[in-house]
Design a protein around this ligand. Structure first.
Ligand code: UDX
Length: 458
């Protein structure tokens, strides 16, 4: 089948290559000429394990091409819209400019029977608005909503072997229902290979499909903030949040995943999506229903300040003190620094007068774009040299696997103090190697808070 994918960012580029690998004839279209050139040459514009291999393989097969020209969409039967919906302003609402522009650019190229399929994360009601527009500018074309749940770092796997396929289609009147059924059948054809493996397929109305995505992200963010709130309780009482998470996680109704306490969530999705979801609920007159997401956001942001407070307590004042921050990406296996908790910590440490050196295995260049003043080290050891406190802010395997005894890191630092802001280090091994380890939500810094000595409370 001939397919176009409008928007070749994270979501669109991986989707385009993924669809080509299913045997479709795909064109990816983006307004950013530099990005399109990179993709054409088989270079991923972002770090994503497995993506570059897939991209090259599909370019070589002849089934995948990229263009900046919107007319390249002409002739395709299914048109995926995968452009960004960033946070608009302080209100938190989503900026739909790119989505509306993509549909407007597509409209004159659509033929009757063509299907536009939204993949972008949008406020509920957007699909209906776009469909109403299409009825005027491209009668005979239809629209469906097919949200995407891919995680950075697992984008290829999540695209080709998703947990579920959600298809939002038209319905209501018999005529609309018939169109919706036809649209769902077309999407079944697109995803035939994936469906053949038994992937659950859920067909619903457009509004529910839009909500599925925002609800899923809101739930995930809530789960993380819940465990981080428990962290605060643990720190006040000397309890251990990792043992707590293990124990409650054994209840299948709760589950252990996404109960990783630490520096909290960041990235291009969860923070902006919960804010946009709240803003949309306010517009709809049901703001109270999502009031709790304000608390979820606040708990999350408190983690960042808390880590800086801990560094301040450990150093006895940050002005002129050397701090190493290991990990700058918002999560491991990614070079993405959008709303990165690690970068927020760097910025706050710097604002309080610390001399910060940062290191990340992949995200260094992107971090410099956001914080041009950042002193970027080439290795973790470089960053740690003469540091009075080391903060592990992203749980890259490279840091988790550091042998605290054999690595020689202790000899490099001015003071062997480490804040494990992701609960990823083997605390006993680090303590045995002579480090003062402060792990978030694991009791130990109750003493730091009270006496500043770092000695665990009795
Ligand atoms: C997320 C959703 O998982 C995905 O389904 C959606 O399509 C897009 O948003 P992503 O932003 O790639 O994906 O990252 P994810 O792996 O979900 O992590 C989000 C943030 O939460 C990261 O900053 C991560 O460090 C943090 N996190 C995750 C925790 O703090 N604790 C956890 O237990 C899990």
């Amino acid at each position: 089948m001939r397919i176009s994918v409008i928007g070749c960012g994270y979501l669109g580029a991986v989707h385009a290559a993924g669809m080509a690998s299913l045997g479709h004839d795909v064109v990816g279209i983006d307004v950013d000429a530099a990005k399109v050139e990179r993709l054409k040459a088989g270079h991923a514009p972002f770090y994503e394990p497995g993506f570059e291999d897939l991209l090259r393989e599909q370019l070589a097969s002849g089934r995948l091409r990229f263009s900046t020209d919107p007319s390249a969409a002409h002739g395709a039967l299914v048109h995926f819209v995968a452009v960004g919906t960033p946070q608009r302003d302080e209100s938190g609402a989503a900026d739909l400019t790119a989505v509306r522009a993509a549909v407007a650019a597509l409209a004159p190229r659509l033929r009757p029977g063509d299907l536009v399929v939204g993949k972008s994360t949008v406020p509920v009601g957007t699909a209906r608005e776009l469909l109403d527009r299409l009825r005027v500018v491209a009668p005979g074309a239809s629209l469906a909503w097919n949200p995407e749940f891919l995680r950075e770092g697992f984008a290829v796997g999540d695209t080709l072997t998703p947990d579920r396929l959600v298809l939002g289609v038209r319905g209501g009147t018999p005529e609309e229902t018939a169109i919706g059924q036809r649209d769902a059948a077309l999407l079944d054809e697109v995803y035939a290979t994936i469906l053949a493996t038994g992937t659950p397929r859920l067909v619903m109305d457009l509004e529910t499909a839009e909500l599925v995505k925002t609800a899923a992200n809101a739930f995930l963010a809530t789960k993380i903030s819940f465990i981080n709130a428990m962290s605060e309780l643990c720190e006040a009482t000397g309890a251990d949040v990792t043992r707590l998470a293990d124990a409650i996680g054994h209840d299948a109704r709760i589950g252990r995943r996404f109960l990783g306490a630490g520096l909290g969530f960041g990235g291009g999705c969860l923070p902006k999506d919960i804010r946009a979801f709240r803003a949309r609920a306010e517009d709809l007159g049901v703001g109270e229903a999502l009031g709790f997401l304000g608390e979820v956001d606040a708990i999350n942001l408190r983690r960042r300040t808390h880590v800086v407070d801990l560094a301040e307590q450990l150093t006895g004042g940050l002005v002129g003190r050397r701090v190493a921050v290991l990990g700058l990406a918002f999560k491991p296996s990614s070079d993405d620094v959008r709303d990165s908790p690690a970068l927020a910590v760097v910025a706050e440490l710097t604002a309080r007068g610390a001399i910060v050196r940062g290191y990340d295995p992949e995200a260094g260049a992107n971090a410099l774009r956001v914080l041009p003043e950042l002193d970027l080290a080439a290795t973790a050891f470089d960053a740690a040299r003469d540091a009075e406190v080391v903060i592990v802010a992203t749980e890259w395997a490279e840091f988790r696997d550091l042998d605290p005894a054999a690595s020689g890191l202790r000899e490099l630092v001015a003071n062997p103090s480490v804040i494990d802001a992701r609960n990823c280090l083997d605390r006993d091994a680090w303590t045995a190697a002579g480090w003062n380890v402060v792990a978030l939500g694991r009791g130990s810094h109750r003493a730091v808070t009270r006496s500043g000595t770092g000695v665990p409370a009795a």
